[in-house]
Design a protein around this ligand. Structure first.
Ligand code: G3I
Length: 347
């Protein structure tokens, strides 16, 4: 039955696209549902009309993929470069889009000028406070959501020994949220991590960590589930089994937290069997259905716009990676139509 509904949806959409009839975009459908559907963007591509038009038409939120990270914005001690983040935030405001600032405190893109051995605990706390006050304060009211701390927990449920952990200890997490809240009391503050979408040791550790933060009065408002998936991982028993994702999002919601799916992509290589695109569509469909099933889930961000610029090609060197909703020519893929079907016909 679902294949029939999907086929009808695709037909209607293709007919609409070819007949010039205004067909609802992802953005239209998401907005109707009171959902944010976003994409991680890179400022240098906003000069390309296809890229900018696709982002503005299909999404009501952007995330800053790499240019708001510490080494790209805090370029030397006491020196900040906001140009690329300004470009992205200006674009979002010009197009009526919300912004997820990604990410303040992380172990990657940690500035090379910042040697942890040069700072005692108090000095490191002062440095963190100044950095967060400066960045979050500059975008007060303009970046509504922040990934304050990213990937602090390892897969076996321990604290990752990051430079911030080594300089300050576990309390660096609480302090980062405190400073971000002081810099912008209206910003919605998230802890963000990967491989913790379903029910497992890592997601249990994160659940317990954020529950403890809430008990201590730390201003945390949400948890980001990155959802970097591979084909079929939303199937029952897999590492992002959709029934367990729903269970995990539900328990986070019961703490009073918001849940965002923050970096959704479904990795597979373009050159492989085209039927795999249908499998990719099922994984996207499952994640969107999961989000719609849980009141606390308000946002889904794909980690990129077009397969052409996916991090999996640039960062992982998989040249024909095709993890996103739009192919390298900005054409919607079966996954796009599956998501449209969920937003139009889902529960
Ligand atoms: O393209 C620029 C170039 O113009 C610039 O001169 C050069 C200077 O270093 O950097 C180039 O940018 C690179 C960028 O990717 C675009 O390809 C950065 O060096 C590189 O660090 C950056 O990697 C990012 C990576 O995180 C590390 O921060 C990826 O874009 C980004 O997709 C990836 O995203 C992470 C999330 O933040 C956290 N979750 C996992 C996810 C995937 O690793």
């Amino acid at each position: 039955m679902r294949k029939l509904v999907l086929l009808i949806s695709i037909t209607a959409l293709v007919w609409g696209l070819t007949s010039g009839q205004e067909t609802p975009s992802l953005r239209d459908l998401a907005t109707e549902r009171g959902l944010f559907v976003g994409a991680a963007i890179q400022s240098e591509y906003l000069n390309e009309s296809d890229y900018a038009e696709t982002v503005a038409r299909e999404f009501n939120m952007i995330a800053t993929e790499w240019e708001t990270k510490m080494d790209a914005i805090h370029i030397s001690k006491g020196v900040f470069d906001f140009n690329r983040t300004d470009r992205m935030v200006n674009f979002a405001e010009e197009n009526g889009m919300a912004v997820r600032g990604h990410t303040l405190i992380w172990h990657r893109q940690f500035p090379t000028w910042l040697d942890p051995n040069d700072y005692d605990r108090d000095e490191a706390i002062a440095l963190m406070r100044d950095y967060i006050y400066t960045v979050v304060g500059r975008y007060q009211g303009r970046i509504q959501y922040w990934d304050v701390v990213n990937e602090a927990i390892t897969d076996n449920g321990t604290f990752r020994t990051t430079p911030w952990y080594r300089m300050i200890g576990e309390e660096y997490v609480d302090l980062a949220f405190q400073f971000a809240h002081e810099a912008d009391p209206d910003a919605v503050l998230f802890y963000n991590d990967f491989a913790a979408e379903a029910m497992n040791m890592k997601s249990d550790t994160i659940y317990n960590m954020v529950a403890g933060m809430l008990e201590r009065g730390v201003p945390i408002h949400g948890v980001g589930l990155q959802a970097h998936l591979t084909l079929g991982t939303t199937r029952t028993g897999s590492n992002a089994a959709v029934d367990e994702v729903i269970e995990n999002m539900t328990r986070l919601g019961e703490l009073g937290l918001e849940v965002h799916i923050t970096e959704l992509d479904v990795k597979f290589s373009r050159g492989s069997d085209p039927r795999r695109q249908e499998l990719q569509a099922v994984d996207y469909q499952n994640m969107f259905e999961a989000c719609l099933a849980v009141d606390a889930c308000t946002t889904i961000v794909t980690w990129g716009v077009t397969d052409k610029y996916t991090w999996i090609r640039s960062d992982q060197g998989i040249e024909d990676a095709a993890p996103l909703l739009f192919d390298e020519n900005y054409q919607p893929k079966p996954a796009y139509f599956a998501v449209v079907d969920v937003l139009q016909n889902g529960s």
